[in-house]
Design a binder for this molecule. Structure first.
Ligand SMILES: Cc1cc2nc3c(=O)[nH]c(=O)nc-3n(C[C@H](O)[C@H](O)[C@H](O)COP(=O)(O)OP(=O)(O)OC[C@H]3O[C@@H](n4cnc5c(N)ncnc54)[C@H](O)[C@@H]3O)c2cc1C
Ligand code: FES
Length: 281
């Protein structure tokens, strides 16, 4: 049973990382206060006086309890966080949710496609896969609105030494000489580079992007069971009790946020059928 009482953390520092986004470093006051998260698991960050919101660990707590998260400023909680100075005491609960399934990636040819801040839930997984040389082939395609909006530039630069990292920007700035468009526009190029469709596809980003990309890969012959994605839902308790993230007998906070594409499609189809039935009765 998870406690709803937050554990105290200190805001150690932050780096500006893209438009309205910062990469924060936090430290648990008691380094042993939190279980080790798996890649893709998230925590609830409590900002006193503002509330709580879910974020993914980009680096899990080390032996000193120091961990990192990339946060884009959206509304009340994130704005209050952006007003905090290093040294501020905040709260944390977690780790929560199901992380990425790692065993299906062993010795496979894996393509990761992320959009915007959707790269955050894939950071510790990518680090793990590269460090362990876990996959036969690993390629990252990262889509962003513009160079200014791109996040996690140091991480992509670091990964680029070990794996192909392909960036695509929706709005080409006058200095940009790379690809222009959305990840959908780069699929042919990436498949050519990989010489064939990948064995496994991992997706995280705007839901519309993930759906179009997943459908396109299925159309090209990839089994839906080989596609995994992470979704975002409004979350409050993160332990399956408040119902904020309810999706057809599932709670995204406990049963997600990572799902296999075929399972998620069934879930969403059942949910919209139920909604239509409720509307007509
Ligand atoms: C499992 C999970 C992991 C996440 N990881 C990260 C992360 O690593 N980095 C990061 O920057 N963000 C992450 N998010 C999103 C982040 O939690 C929200 O942006 C945050 O709740 C905003 O809080 P706020 O109070 O500042 O904004 P709010 O005032 O809550 O919202 C501002 C705007 O964002 C919309 N919004 C807020 N939350 C969601 C949501 N879950 N789904 C769709 N729309 C939403 C609101 O409708 C509103 O338009 C994650 C979300 C989930 C569910
Ligand atoms: S956030 Fe409360 S049930 Fe999922």
């Amino acid at each position: 049973m998870h406690s709803l009482t937050p554990t105290p953390i200190k805001l150690i520092s932050y780096d500006h990382d893209g438009e309205k986004a910062r990469h924060f470093t936090f430290g648990l006051l008691d380094p042993k206060a939190m279980a080790a998260p798996e890649p893709g698991q998230f925590f609830m960050l409590h900002v006193p006086g503002a509330g709580a919101a879910p974020f993914t660990f980009t680096r899990p707590p080390d032996s000193q309890g120091v961990f990192r998260a990339l946060v884009r400023q959206m509304g009340s909680v994130t704005s209050a966080l952006f007003d905090c100075e290093p040294g501020s005491i905040l709260g944390v609960r977690g780790p929560f949710g199901k992380g990425w399934e790692i065993s299906p990636l062993k010795d496979r040819r894996v393509l990761i496609i992320a959009g915007g801040c959707g790269l955050a839930p894939l950071v510790s997984l990518t680090d793990h896969l590269i460090m362990q040389q876990y996959c036969n082939e690993l390629v990252l395609l990262y889509g962003s609105r513009s160079a200014a909006a791109s996040v996690l530039n140091p991480e992509r630069e670091r990964w680029g030494k070990d794996i192909p990292v392909i960036d695509i920007l929706e709005n080409r700035g006058h200095k940009h000489i790379g690809l222009t468009g959305t990840p959908m526009d780069a699929i042919d190029m990436v498949i050519n580079r990989m010489k064939a469709i990948p064995d496994v596809l991992l997706l995280c980003g705007p839901e519309i992007m993930m759906q179009s990309v997943a459908r396109e890969f299925v159309r090209r012959g990839l089994d839906a069971k080989q596609i995994w994605l992470a979704i975002e839902r409004r979350m409050h308790c993160a332990v399956g009790t408040c119902g904020h993230c309810y999706m057809e007998h599932q709670y995204a906070c406990k049963d997600g946020p990572t799902y296999r594409w075929d399972a998620l499609q069934k879930l969403v189809a059942r949910q919209s059928a139920d909604r239509q039935a409720a509307y007509h009765c």
